[in-house]
Ligand binder design. Structure first.
Ligand code: ADP
Ligand code: MG
Length: 463
């Protein structure tokens, strides 16, 4: 069954990503419709869920059926030098708890990671994820205000003037990490405080379900009982008037009782279009703090912390190389490190600058980054199952000509190489051949919509 999944997955992502993220996965067992697979680390698992959840779902649908479930067994280093497998049961389907609002009453801790004491099995309900803490949050100029306000709130929830605490910043800059760190800190230091972390998306879905099931009262009662409400990515509430109304009531109720409210958003409040003014004005009652992209020193520190926590060592020049090359956000930085380690263990190589270069080329191809002609050729070759040598050859076979023309087209689009050198990279063709190729693709595009679609897909691999 896993092989069937892999075949589907392989068709949808570049070879390199497949190698990095799917080859290290080991199928363990299939019990009924539940497939259990083993993954090398917690982070690896998170990466899969963050980046490939839809693809995994698609593969499962196909290989097992719509009700198929995936469970991960994560290898966790317990510190006594032996790897003890710890099973974390996380399905790629939404947890059924959230579609049944009557669970609100029975499981007041809903919304936190519930640890069953006698087993070493963790059920992640939603994500108050114990791995996010202040200890492993690196402080830098880019996030100092948000971090210290967050820490103050964690120490004295509801008692500082930072209520609500609103933190905003671009994707992958640590908003969820911080808000979860606050939640974890409070959970660990105040036994009887009920902390609830919820994404705005989940909040909205719960709200909609409660309307559908006639349990709106239970829904609001549940939220009004908490001591700390952390609501992530409030930009998602934009335009959702009814959800905002209910959130407004909950907000007022909690705030009046001196309960702590923490929110995050991907943009500053003044740019939150589609959010009611009465909500926005309340956001300003407390403190608004921003998170910026990490500066070079912070990036170095983050990489060092990360590799240290994984128990490996990498030369400083590699760390520096990574910090120079990945400057957009922390999530990407972590992705690079994890895939570097996966690559190193797969190929049994040391992590050196060379390996880092290759990995970076294949993994972090964001928009700002230069897409090289080599990358284009690799991706095209992968996608059409032809060899790079074919692309550079004189072959006039249809199976080769079309991919070659597309590759030249994309080379023109993505690199600022002159036509002459593009030709040179395709087996020494001259610039008129390149022009001809580009024209052919343009013509084809007018005739068949598929071409545009293929191009879109290929472009998405460069990001
Ligand atoms: P956001 O919610 O802003 O999109 P996340 O909180 O999910 O971003 O952060 C993305 C990843 O980067 C997470 O794995 C997080 O642990 C990590 N991260 C972000 N900022 C820091 C930091 N300052 N120190 C350590 N790790 C960080
Ligand atoms: Mg987030």
């Amino acid at each position: 069954v896993w092989d069937a999944c892999l075949r589907i997955i392989q068709q949808h992502i570049p070879e390199q990503s497949f190698k990095t993220w799917f080859e290290p996965i080991r199928p363990l067992k299939l019990y009924g419709k539940v497939l259990t697979v083993q993954v090398p680390s917690q982070f690896f698992y998170e990466w899969l869920e963050d980046n490939y959840v839809n693809l995994l779902r698609k593969a499962l649908d196909y290989a097992i059926g719509r009700d198929g479930l995936l469970e991960y067994s994560i290898i966790v280093d317990t510190g006594n030098e032996k790897h003890q497998p710890l099973t974390m049961n996380v399905s790629t389907q939404k947890s059924p708890n959230y579609s049944r609002p009557d669970n609100f009453a029975t499981d007041p801790r809903m919304g936190t990671a519930v640890k069953e004491k006698d087993q070493d099995s963790l059920t992640l309900d939603t994500y108050l994820n114990p791995n996010y803490s202040f200890d492993n949050f690196i402080e830098g100029d880019c996030n100092r205000l948000a971090r210290s306000a967050g820490f103050a709130v964690a120490q004295r929830p509801g008692l500082t003037s930072f209520n609500p605490l609103m933190m905003y910043g671009g994707v992958g800059l640590g908003k969820t990490h911080l808000v979860q760190a606050i939640g974890n800190y409070i959970t660990n230091h105040y036994e009887n405080k009920l902390v609830l972390y919820v994404s705005s998306e989940k909040f909205t879905n719960q709200f909609i379900n409660s309307i559908r099931n006639n349990t709106l009262q239970d829904f609001t009662d549940f939220y009004m009982k908490v001591d700390v409400l952390a609501i992530d990515d409030v930009q998602f509430l934009s335009g959702k008037e009814k959800t905002q109304d209910t959130f407004f009531h909950i907000f007022n109720h909690l705030h009046q009782l001196g309960k702590q409210i923490i929110m995050t958003s991907d943009r500053p409040p003044r740019e939150l279009q589609g959010l009611q003014d009465r909500l926005l004005s309340r956001f300003k009652w407390g403190l608004t703090a921003d998170l910026q992209a990490p500066d070079f020193e912070t990036r170095i520190a983050i990489i060092q912390k990360k590799i240290q926590s994984e128990g490996i060592s990498i030369d400083y020049d590699v760390i520096e190389y990574i910090a120079h090359s990945v400057n957009s956000n922390v999530r990407e930085l972590e992705g690079v490190i994890v895939s570097l380690m996966a690559q190193a263990s797969l190929t049994r190589r040391n992590i050196d600058v060379e390996l880092a270069k290759n990995t970076l080329r294949n993994i972090v191809m964001n928009e700002d980054k230069e897409v090289t002609i080599d990358t284009i050729q690799e991706i095209i070759a992968d996608y059409f199952q032809v060899s790079i040598a074919d692309l550079k050859s004189k072959s006039r076979k249809k199976e080769v000509v079309y991919p070659r023309q597309l590759a030249m087209y994309l080379a023109k689009e993505y690199t600022d190489l002159p036509l002459k050198s593009i030709g040179y990279h395709f087996g020494g063709r001259d610039h008129s051949t390149v022009i001809h190729s580009i024209q052919s693709i343009n013509l084809l595009m007018d005739e068949t919509p598929d071409v545009e679609e293929t191009l879109q897909k290929l472009r998405s691999y460069f990001k």
